[in-house]
Unconditional design. Structure first.
Length: 574
């Protein structure tokens, strides 16, 4: 029997070790899956959607081959589709049955398309020559755009590789168990050999010796009488018989609590009927927008150095571009005129993108500049194929209220939003009246005068002093709302951050007939006049950032968070 046990253990050991080794060798599955497709269409764009890329778990390795430039970028699926627009394209999807990629051509009406390289829509982009291989890990709502230069046909050889889980969790336990069974088999074999050797030894019986008489004190005690039926059982034995059923009941109770909770209480999470409101994700990610701001800063800095308004227009628009264009022109005439403040080059500190994905898209952000200055801007993308441009750029004079994190973004409010103490589209006109009339303005109680540096520098007191300095001339001030629409973002307290475009015009005329006005500085450079008997009109642009409290707030006064003021035009009075 001992030999049989040893043989059984040896068989179990060899089977377990063999299975464990086989799982790592002949039974080991592939560690990856590759799906390929050859695109014959001549479409300039190929779109590999995120749902296909997530057909299998793990990172996706995309390999693209073609002739010439190979470009690949990934972004949100709706952004990729918006960029493609009416251009012809090829949609690549994954066929789960054949485990291959399938290409479908989508005809478009667009004759020519621009290159997608450098677009602000992309989360990340790559390029190479003839071949490009990249590992990415994108969610289902992100797609990949493949192109050449936007005109030539997109590269045609595409493959996607996913990692497969070919781990063998039972291999090591089987091998260890096999080694253990082998050791036990060896022990059983040695035991059997020793036992067999002892059985084959001498078997002579030893003769019995006579028993000596027992002393009286060593005689066995008389046997106790048997316990009669119905007699009480001893306490120790009674305890044993009593504990046994309790143990059995406990075991049965514990084993009865099955995993599905058929018996006994179970920890089932309570269901809730409250629906979670779906919120659109923000239009940019933090990493994506940080790159955008860096590119804008480089472009505007280069335009400032060259005084190139055309180059500045690639990244500036609206009031921000008007201010720099006027400064470039004035400095081209008179180099002594100071330049506008340099575009901030620090790392973006606050990013507040809008949630809605339609165009135009707006992002509010703050960026530190030189000399401890902090700037805030409104970055606008008018259409999918255009870049983000800075429409407003103001220097902050007060702290910005708390806003949502970049991962959530914020709702961009309409200019006529009635949930605020004052609608965004009425702020510019009312504040312009305060800058001219001061406390006498009918809107004076709408705005907080404390820490309002713009009112201190260019308000009613400044205008009174200006008239006193030009005592030989008449000075008139008017204000009007600029052409740029106001942009408003909701804050955490249901208030809003609002940027407005305000234009203020100063008109200086001679006080007496025959007298002349002699403009100077930037007004002289832009008007092209050294003297005028008619008068000079100078227009100043004011980009103002407000905080507007909600309509339910106890204190409904508007605060000025920052501003930028500068000359944007000058001409002789007609």
């Amino acid at each position: 029997m001992r030999f049989v046990l040893a043989i059984v253990l040896f068989v179990v050991a060899f089977v377990a070790i063999g299975l464990g080794v086989a799982q790592r060798t002949i039974f080991l599955g592939p560690d990856h899956l590759t799906a390929t497709v050859d695109v014959d269409a001549q479409a300039p764009f190929t779109v590999l959607d995120g749902a296909s890329l997530n057909s299998h778990d793990g990172r996706q390795m995309i390999s693209i081959s073609g002739s010439g430039t190979v470009f690949m970028a990934y972004g949100r699926t709706d952004d990729v589709q918006a960029w493609v627009g009416d251009a012809s394209s090829t949609a690549v999807s994954y066929d789960a049955d054949t485990q291959e990629l399938v290409a479908d051509t989508i005809a478009g009406s667009e004759a020519t398309s621009p290159s997608p390289a450098g677009s602000d829509l992309w989360i990340q982009e790559f390029s190479g020559e003839d071949e490009l291989v990249r590992n990415i890990n994108v969610p289902a709502d992100v797609s990949v755009l493949i192109a050449s230069d936007g005109t030539a046909a997109a590269p045609g050889e595409i493959s996607v590789t996913w990692p497969l889980d070919n781990s063998t969790p039972w291999s090591s336990p089987l091998i260890v168990a096999g080694i253990g069974a082998l050791l036990l088999g060896l022990i059983a074999l040695l035991w059997a050999l020793v036992h067999a050797r002892r059985r084959h030894g001498p078997r002579r019986k030893t003769p019995k010796m006579p028993k000596p008489p027992r002393p009286a004190q060593l005689k066995p005690a008389p046997r106790r009488p048997a316990i009669a039926a119905g007699a009480p059982v001893s306490r120790g034995r009674r305890r044993a018989f009593t504990a046994l059923p309790l143990v059995l009941v406990g075991v049965v109770t514990l084993t009865a609590c099955s995993a599905d909770g058929s018996l006994g209480p179970s920890a089932t999470p309570a269901a809730t009927d409250a629906a979670v409101a779906e919120v659109d994700p923000p239009v940019v990610t933090e990493r994506q927008f940080t790159r955008i701001v860096s590119e804008i800063s480089e472009a505007v800095t280069a335009a400032d150095e060259a005084r190139d308004a055309t180059a500045a227009a690639t990244r500036l628009a609206g009031p921000a571009l008007a201010l720099r264009t006027a400064n470039y022109t004035a400095r081209g005439t008179d180099a002594a005129i100071p330049a506008v403040a340099a575009f901030p080059t620090g790392t973006v500190e606050l990013i507040l993108p809008q949630q809605r994905h339609e165009w135009p898209r707006v992002v509010f952000a703050t960026v530190p500049g030189d000399a401890d200055a902090e700037y805030a801007g409104m970055f606008v993308q008018d259409s999918p194929r255009e870049q983000y441009k800075v429409h407003y750029l103001v220097r902050l004079t007060q702290s910005v209220p708390e806003v949502a994190p970049v991962e959530l973004g914020s709702a961009r409010l309409a200019p006529d939003n009635k949930l605020l103490a004052y609608t965004p589209d009425q702020l510019a006109a009312e504040y312009g009246d305060i800058l001219i009339n001061g406390d006498a303005s009918e809107f004076a109680d709408h705005f907080d005068a404390e820490n309002d540096i713009l009112r201190e520098k260019f308000g009613a007191d400044y205008k009174t002093q200006r008239r006193a300095d030009l005592s030989t001339a008449t000075v008139d001030f008017t204000s009007q709302v600029g052409d740029e629409e106001p942009y408003a973002f909701a804050t955490n307290d249901t208030g809003a951050i609002v940027a407005v475009d305000l234009r203020e015009t100063e008109t200086v005329r001679p006080a007496e007939a025959g007298a002349a006005i002699n403009p100077s500085g930037a007004v002289k450079a832009l008007s092209g006049k050294t003297t005028s008997t008619k008068g000079i009109s100078a227009q100043y642009g004011m980009q103002v950032l407000f905080y507007v409290p909600p309509v339910t707030a106890d204190d409904q006064t508007v605060r000025v968070l920052g501003f930028t003021q500068g000359l944007v035009a000058a001409a002789e009075v007609a």
